[in-house]
Write a protein that binds this ligand. Structure first.
Ligand code: ZN
Length: 251
């Protein structure tokens, strides 16, 4: 099983252990620094820590931790140049499986400029991107995201994450992969299942987005078990449990 979006740096070894025991073999950890960033070196340290330290920490508990790095929209009050340069290197060296999470939150000029630049880097390097949509003003912010992305990157190379019932109608006919985040205050497992029931299993990825905010490290296995209990077909469940993510991220 694959949890396609977590924040390993803010979680404990016990969480990794429980995830592994519940059937998760692989997780993708995304960059996001939840505190004030007085200087870009702080963000650079956060990214290095994920690459060098959290991957090892997760491996000690059996989890193959893949990495997505980039500048999160709430981390854009910095000079980004060194980080942009590093993104090229990390992609070339296959140290990351995607640029992420990137996206928009408050629609500031920096957010929009850094988002576009990271989409351009992904396009240049044939990389995938994981795009965050905010808790607040989701529909309005999504509209701007959907205006920007196709001008910079093929929709097929992007995941729009934290999708819910209110925005699914704006996305389902496009070529994006769609992330269902089963987390308190986002979706519960029944919300996720009702979306899968209505729209099918082919375009969706499951994740917990476990972070410093209230989260359930086992929300992906719990959703998969519920799908099994409710009698959905094994090969359909497998798509959202692992194969869609394997194909998309080539992992
Ligand atoms: Zn996240």
């Amino acid at each position: 099983m694959i949890d396609t979006h977590i924040h390993a740096d803010s979680r404990s070894g016990e969480d990794f252990k429980d995830m592994y025991l519940s059937g998760i073999d692989t997780a993708i950890t995304c960059s996001y620094y939840p505190y004030k960033i007085p200087h870009e070196l702080v963000l650079q340290n956060h990214l290095n820590r994920i690459l060098e330290f959290d991957t090892k920490r997760a491996a000690e508990h059996g989890i193959d931790l893949k990495v997505a790095l980039g500048i999160h929209p709430t981390n854009t009050n910095i000079n980004p140049d060194n980080i942009f340069e590093n993104l090229y290197k990390w992609i070339e060296n296959k140290q990351i499986v995607a640029i992420g999470e990137i996206g928009l939150e408050n629609l500031t000029d920096n957010e929009i400029n850094y988002f576009k630049k990271q989409l351009d880097i992904a396009n240049e390097c044939n990389a995938k991107v994981i795009i965050h949509t905010p808790r607040k003003n989701k529909k309005t912010v999504l509209k701007t995201i959907l205006d920007i992305v196709p001008q910079h990157l093929d929709e097929k190379n992007a995941v729009i994450d934290h999708v819910n019932k209110n925005i699914i109608g704006d996305l389902i006919d496009k070529d994006y992969m769609l992330g269902l985040t089963v987390q308190p205050h986002k979706l519960d497992k029944y919300d996720a299942i009702s979306i899968l029931d209505k729209y099918g299993f082919d375009k969706f990825l499951l994740n917990s987005d476990m972070s410093n905010k209230p989260s359930d490290p086992l929300s992906v296995p719990k959703t998969v078990r519920e799908l099994t209990k409710e009698g959905y077909k094994k090969n359909e469940i497998k798509k959202v449990a692992s194969t869609n993510a394997k194909k998309f991220f080539k992992i």
